[in-house]
Design a protein around this ligand. Structure first.
Ligand code: OKP
Ligand code: ZN
Length: 343
């Protein structure tokens, strides 16, 4: 399978994030993608890696609010003029029942779109994240042109970015952008299967009222884990999207015995739905040694995860999401992809 990669992701290089009240070095950094790339080259060959093509703004605007997209693209000059070249975190948010009014201060605007303190903006953020979306779109284009599967080695991740908000290391929802692009090319039913440790709240938000995109997410119990406020089993979709959203939360400490059952259930939902293509939000932060997560998957389990996804027998776009145990991230990702290919 081909991998699409752009080194522009390196422009998103946050110094710090905030965990349990402390400012700590960010777990989400350029090394993650560099290590995955190195392993992919070893496993599938140098010639399996392709540069991205550029698709412009239109595919982003199919899933994101135009105001958020222009906020992201225009942010840095305004922010740095006021505050200097310092990573931007919000420090104010609109409270419940406030109207979403536009203000005249860039810091207050930041709080209207950015829902937490894990996604600082910096000079290169827009170039990094728009390249990431192009990486996902290039992989989708390979699959729509006939490749059975492709791997979009995106960074930073995307599945916490909703229609008009971002957070959780994410800015643009690469997986949603790829799924929407199948629809725009004529597919009538597409599925997103999110195997990241964290609930894909942004993807759910984008497709919640739509019946043409089924979202299935397997993740840690949101009463204890980010993104906290979404990801519960009773969120099943609304309006035309009724029954086209499936959350499979699992307790802390879940191992592959538990995880594999949820995965089989998720895969059979996708079959029943009649999806014509599937986008995998591929996080490997379910790994036993992940520093911010609490599932217990072992490196070999990722082979089975890939094999189970292959049973769908659908055109498949893998989009990189989380995974913070950098020493094993390359092996774990390659295991999913080889489990899929050798199924
Ligand atoms: C991104 B992805 C809470 C801190 C939460 C955000 C985690 C984002 C994970 N202790 N920080 O889904 O891997
Ligand atoms: Zn995650």
């Amino acid at each position: 399978m081909k991998t699409v990669y752009s080194d522009l992701h390196g422009l998103q290089d946050a110094e710090a994030e905030f965990i349990r009240g402390k400012r700590v070095p960010s777990f989400e950094g350029p090394r993650r993608a560099e290590l995955v790339l190195a392993r992919v080259k070893e496993a599938f060959g140098l010639e399996s890696v392709l540069e991205r093509r550029e698709f412009g703004l239109q595919p982003l605007l199919e899933v994101h609010d135009e105001r958020m997209v222009s906020f992201l693209s225009d942010f840095w000059p305004r922010w740095s003029e006021e505050n200097g070249a310092v990573d931007a975190f919000p420090n104010a948010w609109p409270p419940p029942r406030a109207h979403r009014r536009q203000t005249q201060r860039i810091g207050a605007e930041l709080g209207r779109f950015c829902v937490d303190m894990s996604s600082p903006l910096m000079e290169g953020t827009w170039r990094a994240v728009s390249a990431g979306a192009d990486v996902a779109l290039t992989a989708q284009a390979l699959v729509s042109a006939g490749d059975r599967a492709a791997f979009a080695l995106c960074r930073p991740p995307g599945h916490h970015a909703g229609r008009d908000y971002f957070g959780g290391y994410c800015f643009l929802n690469n997986a949603a952008i790829a799924a929407q692009s199948f629809i725009d090319q004529g597919a009538s039913r597409v599925a997103v299967l999110d195997v990241d440790y964290h609930h894909g709240n942004g993807t759910q938000d984008i497709f919640y009222d739509r019946g043409d995109v089924l979202c299935v997410s397997i993740h840690a119990d949101p009463t204890k884990e980010y993104p906290y406020y979404l990801g519960y089993a009773d969120e099943t979709g609304e309006g035309p999207g009724a029954d086209a959203n499936c959350n499979l939360p699992l307790p802390w400490g879940s191992d592959y015995a538990t995880y594999g059952e949820a995965l089989v259930a998720g895969v059979s939902r996708i079959k029943q739905f009649g999806a014509e293509a599937v986008v995998i939000s591929l996080g490997v932060d379910t790994f036993e040694s992940d520093p911010i997560s609490r599932f217990k998957l072992r490196s070999d389990d990722f082979l089975y995860l890939g094999k189970t996804i292959a049973k769908l027998n659908l055109p498949t776009v893998f989009v990189m999401e989380g995974g913070y145990a950098v020493e094993a991230i390359g092996l774990n990702v390659v295991n999913v992809l080889s489990g899929f290919e050798n199924a």
